[in-house]
Write a protein that binds this ligand. Structure first.
Ligand SMILES: *Cc1c(COP(=O)(O)O)cnc(C)c1O
Length: 408
């Protein structure tokens, strides 16, 4: 039975291997696998467990709900940091669940302290400093006040400041002058906190790009996200293979309709593509509701997002619709309904990659994988245990474990 004619197959062996590669790039630091946004679309719990098996000693989430979801699913024995919340977040539950919390604003320290008091436990806190991204984080004028308040709460046993951290604006451009400026601002903030007498367990600044390209920024802990899933954070510099990374997700579907049409037929909404000669069209039953970017629609002059059909590399013909895309299989095509179409995968068998789709849609690979829709089932294989897949549908080899996000 085929509940849904497409799936995202995630190779958990690739996730483990990617963690080992990332750790090898940062031998003096611990690795936090960032698993926000349903592990970048790969499925939160299975991906997190694989990352831990690969050697990650920390997991990072944006939302508190994502961290709680991990704990409730039994992911223990690993530190979890959650860093993005608004007033009213379930911080008591987070402290009870042994989740480390970021404090990026004065009000946040108050709410963490209230959560810790309600939980009757000490909250572990990482002070987030804004070193130039101008997103979340304490600006220089806020740090000393929050630090003093945190020291007072430490004396009461309410909080324990274990980390100082920040995030880079141009990590994907390691030579950019802001990287040096942020690194210096971060070192200053760390020094200020340590001078105040705080004994820091982890000082952390590096995302995947900095993990792979800027060893001086590794500090005690690196926080790679995209590369846990095997994608390059710096595609303009180098592809995943040069960092020892293997893309973990394969997005594949079965052809629905296959039919001949005459020359001159307009294809899909708005007829942006008109077939130049008698041909055979195939309907691939995934669309923008499933994460196929509408910006990767194809026109007469420019093929859309790439698809591998029967070993051939084709492009989306015409507009990407909500539930489907059309592909021009060419005159005399021999495909039949049910044949496998690969939208993207590791790229080792000639199939397109998430990076190729990002290029086709004018975006980044992060957006391609995180947007694979909630109705697309995730299934899991283990390339290290099962041996490499070679183009066979995974129906028999997989454990189906459809995960949704953390409900966040
Ligand atoms: C998402 C995120 C990361 C991981 O970023 P990648 O570019 O995917 O490695 C690290 N730190 C913070 C604060 C983030 O929001």
């Amino acid at each position: 039975m085929n509940d849904f004619p497409a799936r995202a197959v995630v190779d958990l062996g690739a996730v483990r291997r990617n963690i080992r590669s990332l750790a090898a790039h940062a031998p003096t630091a611990q690795v936090m696998a960032v698993v926000k946004a349903d592990a970048y679309g790969h499925g939160l719990v299975p991906s997190a467990l694989a990352a831990v098996q690969g050697g990650a000693t920390w997991l990072g989430t944006a939302q508190v709900g994502e961290a709680l979801h991990l704990r409730r699913a039994g992911v223990t024995g690993v530190r979890v940091l959650a860093w993005l919340y608004a007033p009213g977040a379930p911080l008591r539950e987070a402290v009870e669940a042994d989740v480390d919390l970021s404090v990026a604003a004065p009000w946040a320290l108050d709410e963490v302290a209230a959560g810790a008091r309600a939980a009757g436990r000490t909250a572990r806190v990482h002070l987030k400093v804004d070193t130039g991204l101008s997103r979340n984080g304490l600006v220089p004028g806020q740090l000393s006040g929050v630090l003093a308040a945190a020291r007072a709460l430490e004396a009461e046993g309410v909080v324990d400041v274990v980390g100082v951290w920040s995030h880079l604006a141009f990590a994907d451009d390691p030579g950019h002058p802001t990287v040096r400026a942020q690194a210096a601002a971060f070192a200053q903030a760390v020094a200020a906190v340590e001078r105040a007498g705080v004994c820091l367990e982890v000082r952390h600044l590096a995302n995947a790009a900095a993990t792979l390209t800027a060893p001086a920024l590794h500090w005690d802990l690196v926080r790679p996200g995209i590369s846990v899933y095997g994608l390059s954070p710096v595609p303009q510099v180098a592809g995943p293979e040069s960092f020892g990374l293997v893309p973990a997700m394969t997005f594949e579907a079965e052809l629905a309709t296959v039919k001949p049409v005459p020359a001159g037929s307009g294809v899909s909404y708005g007829h942006q593509y008109v077939v130049p000669h008698d041909t055979v069209l195939g309907v691939v039953p995934v669309g923008y509701a499933d994460g196929v970017p509408r910006h990767a629609s194809g026109t007469q002059d420019r093929p859309g997002g790439p698809l591998q059909v029967g070993g051939r590399r084709l492009g989306v013909a015409g507009r990407v619709c909500m539930d489907q895309v059309v592909v021009d299989l060419g005159p005399g095509a021999r495909e039949v309904p049910g044949d496998r179409v690969v939208l993207f995968g590791p790229g080792t068998h000639g199939e397109p990659t998430a990076q190729d789709w990002a290029d086709a849609a004018g975006t980044i690979s992060y957006e391609i994988v995180t947007r694979v829709g909630g109705r697309v089932p995730r299934s899991y294989v283990d390339g290290e245990r099962d041996g490499e897949r070679d183009g066979e549908p995974p129906a028999t080899a997989t454990t189906h474990a459809h995960t949704t996000g953390a409900g966040a």
